[in-house]
Design a protein around this ligand. Structure first.
Ligand code: HEC
Length: 291
């Protein structure tokens, strides 16, 4: 009897893994790439780091012109000063220079995904910075400038996100993937509906980019964000158009009238984990200008 019970339990466990382990991260990456390469023949892997500008020549022309005198240039300088002032480098490998390609990562101790922004915030607190008083908040402003400087020092490094063979890491990856493929909002669209099924098509006059490479260039400078700052403050300033990847996630949630998750919540961190993993091998090119 005891033997039978053990056999049944073992079967149940095996059955369970068979169901949850549909595809490995590596298989997801391969499948998605094959999909885009078929959809956009001639667009090389590294080109995907340029978003819609990899697939639309007219828009690319305009974009290249704007990158010649980039509106984020001063933000990088400001970020560098703050990075030094708050001794952010002291909390990171290699003094925080050229390391963004390894984020986000799975943290064994907490069993959770950690992002670069989270580690920057933890560092500021560790170094005794009064983040409230200094108005250092996730998503934009001075905080995004620090992240922009760190991104800048990592330009050219290939994204190298690791999903270790650990059940908690795989579960985090899977949760991010689920979020990416789940329909939501009044419009009932998933991220994949727009960025896997429809890149190259227009939605309300906006061309949609492939999900592959979408993570390569953050924080980004957007005219839309600059306009928003102008409306609120009557001026833009060097940081007014800047925002992090998770700020952008919020914008895409709002587009389909879904409630955005909080910046650096488990939800968005897991999403960022999946979303960045599938772009492994693409060179970082942030910060950048985006529509
Ligand atoms: C209704 C369609 C739609 C949905 C759904 C949608 N997006 Fe977007 N997304 C857009 C459009 C349009 C843009 C602006 C053009 C572009 O760069 O793709 C955009 C831009 C982005 C960008 C910036 C790309 C870049 O190169 O700067 C990211 C990142 C992004 N979306 C991620 C997501 C994620 C993650 C989800 C799901 C939570 C999502 N989007 C859902 C339409 C959508």
């Amino acid at each position: 009897m005891k033997k039978l019970l053990i056999a049944v339990t073992a079967l149940a466990v095996l059955g369970g893994t068979a169901v949850t382990a549909q595809a490995t991260p590596q298989q997801d990456l391969k499948k998605l790439r094959a999909h885009y390469f078929k959809k956009f023949p001639g667009v090389k892997l590294q080109e995907y780091g340029n978003g819609i500008y990899a697939i639309d020549e007219a828009r690319r022309f305009e974009w290249e012109a704007s990158e010649e005198f980039p509106p984020y240039e001063e933000a990088i300088e400001i970020g560098k000063k703050l990075f030094k002032k708050y001794k952010v480098g002291s909390c990171f490998k290699n003094g925080g220079i050229g390391i963004k390609q390894n984020f986000p990562y799975f943290d064994k101790k907490t069993g959770k995904v950690r992002t670069l922004e989270q580690d920057i915030m933890a560092c500021l607190k560790k170094n005794g910075v009064d983040t409230k008083k200094e108005k250092l908040k996730y998503k934009k402003g001075k905080f995004a400038a620090i992240s922009a400087y760190m991104a800048y020092t990592s330009r050219g490094n290939k994204i190298n996100v690791v999903v270790p063979n650990d059940p908690a890491a795989l579960a985090a990856y899977e949760a991010g993937k689920q979020y990416f493929y789940a329909k939501r909002g009044q419009l009932n669209f998933s991220c994949a509906n727009c960025h896997v099924d429809s890149p190259g098509l227009l939605i309300r006059g906006n061309l949609m980019s492939p999900a592959l490479g979408q993570v390569s260039h953050w924080p980004a400078w957007r005219k839309k964000w600059a306009k928003k700052t102008f409306k609120k403050k009557g001026k833009v300033g060097p940081l007014g158009g800047l925002g992090t990847l998770q700020r952008r996630y919020g914008g895409c949630n709002k587009q389909v009238r879904a409630k955005p998750a909080k910046a650096q919540s488990d939800t968005y961190r897991n999403l960022e984990y999946f979303h960045t993993y599938i772009s492994n091998g693409i060179k970082l090119n942030g910060p950048a200008v985006r529509q």
